[in-house]
Design a protein around this ligand. Structure first.
Ligand code: 6R9
Length: 663
């Protein structure tokens, strides 16, 4: 591929467009009328969606209460039960036999669970929780692999009006401890272990350590019980009186359990997200508004036809994407979905495509990091499978550069599926910016437009709209149903982090840089903390990374700004190469040099990286986000900071030796 036909000189010069086909548009769930209705009466629109999509035990009469900003209340006088909406409601509507979960374990074991069966399991588990003393407002930590019990646990906690805090299975005992302490959890639900990369990875030992006296913290005091699912069958220690086997209590418990209604603002979950500094923030979400926007976006953004689609979101439940688009959105909508326990490359790199072929997945939602990983391995792997069932593809988590977008559409989507690039955050609770399939003409690399009912803008430091063709900061200008209701135990930090910056305008500050193109479409440019300032020019990580990935050699790239005596900051890039390129090019001596020139040609001399390091992997969080902060430490020759949230902590030492070796 040459510079001419990859055709991105610059993100905004990306000109490829994909209008919906007439057939797709004719059968689509969403139509342009959604925007019209939302624009005419935003609050009325959300009320209408909520009544249509959810079952309210007590109908609400109020929609938004914004009397005490930034603390919003939605549908405050209504009552509902979130788990009832995700389970019993479908059974009562005659859909109990529909499969809710098509689960596949990493070793290849399989379970198909219908809505009736999942309802039964959750009712029993809710009775067990009640026996363990869990009721409304209590906090329950969930530390489980991707098994059906994880979904059942979240729903059972919701069913009794308690609050879950799901913690990624990969987090250490220390991370667990700080999250359990911060929330004051009364119960931990875990497993002996789960399958990852062909082995059992133990979980219970980390819980034992977290609750024990370590690091001078003393024994953890709020947790009364640990409920343990048997999955890995690995040896574990047992604490009598505290530990309870799931399989010894749940099947024996009564399947009679009536879901009590709770007020719309009853807290549903806390999910910890790492701040740029300081301790993780416990993002708090509540029930009615959250479930409304989860269900609405899941239905319209993915064009869900629950009676015929097989949906698969690859996110772990420890990430917000797993909460909203594995558990609450799909189940509230009565979808049939795939749940897969393991890693994409086990036992070999085509595993995900095998899963799609086997279950006939029609809607597939994953992250750019995964897509770029597949690009690196080569198209022959997915092309050896039948992926013809796919009809909608989604992306989330990071900007998807145009090259990856096109590859996704061409290689996975047979050149015909719509792609929805969905921008949102743990804090926003649900999708905020996305194309609607069948409605929007899509643009590779742009997340495009706010979903109906969402008001946002790109503004300058002064809070004023930047105008088309300009860059600035992404803000949400009006409260939205699934917005965070606060940071657990820290209302001041909530105000400071998100609302102080534009307090005059009352805007929510998302922390992301964005640009509006000539059509007013939104292009995400990366976290504002990652923006570089080179000789007074603000450069975005997304833009330079996108240019690097458009080169035939590069599969993935991460760009950071490193202190530089002359330019203030200089661009330093880390690139991972495609396997096909490595096979066909023996000499990569000059590649870094070529890539520097490539960026200069594509974007401008100002963006030319001072250094490019060819590495084999990039440091990422468990949800696949590149941790640029660590790469900045390396580029500036500092000791690497906190790596506890990395998926693979070895990556940093490999990179570091590479970089210091070159100096
Ligand atoms: C859902 C999720 C939020 C941050 C967000 C932004 C980045 C997410 C994106 C995207 C560009 C997209 N992000 N989706 N950037 N395009 N489609 O990822 O939540 O883990 O809280 O991260 O992720 O920087 O601010 P969370």
């Amino acid at each position: 591929m040459s510079a001419e036909n990859t055709s991105i000189d610059h993100l905004l010069d990306e000109t490829r467009r994909f209008p919906p086909t007439a057939d797709f548009a004719a059968a689509a769930v969403a139509g342009p009328d959604l925007y019209e209705r939302a624009d005419a009466d935003r609050e009325g629109f959300w009320a209408e969606q909520s009544r249509e999509l959810l079952h309210w035990h007590t109908p609400f009469t109020q929609v938004l209460d914004w009397a005490n900003p930034p603390f919003a209340k939605w549908f405050a006088d209504g009552e509902l039960n979130v788990a009832y909406n995700c389970l019993d409601h479908h059974v009562e509507a005659g859909n109990g036999d529909r499969v809710a979960l098509l689960w596949e374990g990493e070793p290849g074991d399989e379970r198909r669970i219908t809505y009736a069966e999942l309802t039964d399991e959750v009712r029993r588990l809710a009775n067990v929780l009640a026996d363990l003393g869990i009721g409304q407002g209590d906090r329950v930590a969930i530390y489980l692999p991707m098994i059906p019990e994880a979904v059942a646990s979240m729903l059972a906690v919701a069913r009794v009006g308690a609050i879950h805090s799901v913690i990624f299975g990969g987090f250490s005992a220390d991370s667990l401890r700080s999250r359990i302490d911060d929330a004051g959890a009364k119960l931990v639900i875990t497993a002996d272990g789960g399958w990852r990369k062909g082995k059992v990875s133990p979980l219970k030992p980390a819980v034992d350590q977290a609750l024990a006296d370590r690091n001078g913290l003393g024994e953890q005091e709020t947790v009364e019980h640990v409920l343990v699912v048997r999955r890995g069958e690995n040896e574990i220690d047992w604490v009598a009186d505290r530990d309870v086997w799931y399989h010894e209590v749940v099947p024996q418990a009564s399947a009679e359990h009536e879901a009590q209604p709770f007020e719309a603002e009853n807290p549903l979950f806390i999910l910890y997200t790492s701040g740029t500094t300081g301790k993780p923030k416990g993002i708090l979400h509540t029930s009615g508004g959250y479930l409304t926007q989860a269900a609405f976006t899941h239905r319209n953004v993915f064009d869900l036809h629950p009676e015929s689609d097989v949906y698969w979101c690859t996110a772990d439940i420890g990430w917000i994407t797993g909460h909203t688009y594995v558990v609450y959105g799909p189940l509230a909508n009565g979808a049939t979905q795939v749940l897969y326990e393991g890693t994409p490359e086990h036992p070999e790199p085509g595993r995900w495509w095998d899963v799609i072929e086997k279950f006939g997945v029609t809607i597939f939602y994953t992250a750019p990091t995964a897509i770029r990983g597949f690009m690196k391995q080569g198209r022959q792997i997915p092309q050896a499978r039948d992926l013809s069932s796919l009809r909608v593809l989604g992306s989330v988590g990071e900007p998807i550069n145009p090259e990856a977008w096109i590859w996704y559409r061409e290689i996975i989507g047979a050149g015909k599926t719509p792609i929805v690039d969905t921008w949102w955050q743990t804090e926003t609770g649900a999708i905020m910016v996305s194309a609607l399939p069948g409605v929007t003409e899509t643009k590779p690399g742009s997340a495009q437009v706010p979903v109906p009912g969402i008001s946002l803008d790109v503004v300058g430091e002064d809070g004023r709209h930047v105008g088309n063709g300009n860059g600035g900061l992404l803000v949400v200008t009006e409260p939205w149903p699934s917005m965070l209701r606060g940071i657990w135990g820290d209302p001041e930090r909530f105000k400071e982090t998100y609302w102080d910056k534009f307090s005059e305008q009352g805007y929510y500050f998302a922390g992301d840089g964005a640009r509006l193109d000539e059509d007013g479409d939104i292009w995400l440019l990366g976290r504002v903390d990652d923006v570089m300032n080179v000789s007074g020019h603000r450069l975005s990580t997304a833009e330079i990374e996108s240019s690097l990935v458009a080169h035939e050699a590069t599969a993935e790239a991460a760009v950071v700004g490193a202190a530089d005596e002359t330019t203030g900051q200089a661009v330093v890039a880390y690139c991972v190469l495609k396997e096909s390129y490595l096979k066909s090019h023996e000499d990569i001596e000059n590649l870094a040099q070529d890539l520097r020139g490539w960026v200069a040609d594509q974007i401008g001399a100002i963006a030319r990286p001072r250094e490019i390091y060819i590495v084999t992997e990039l440091p990422k969080t468990r949800s696949g986000k590149i941790m640029r902060r660590l790469l900045r430490d390396v580029a500036e020759g500092r000791e690497v900071g906190d790596t506890t949230t990395l998926a693979d902590t070895m990556v940093m030492s490999t990179i570091q030796s590479k970089v210091t070796g070159r100096r």
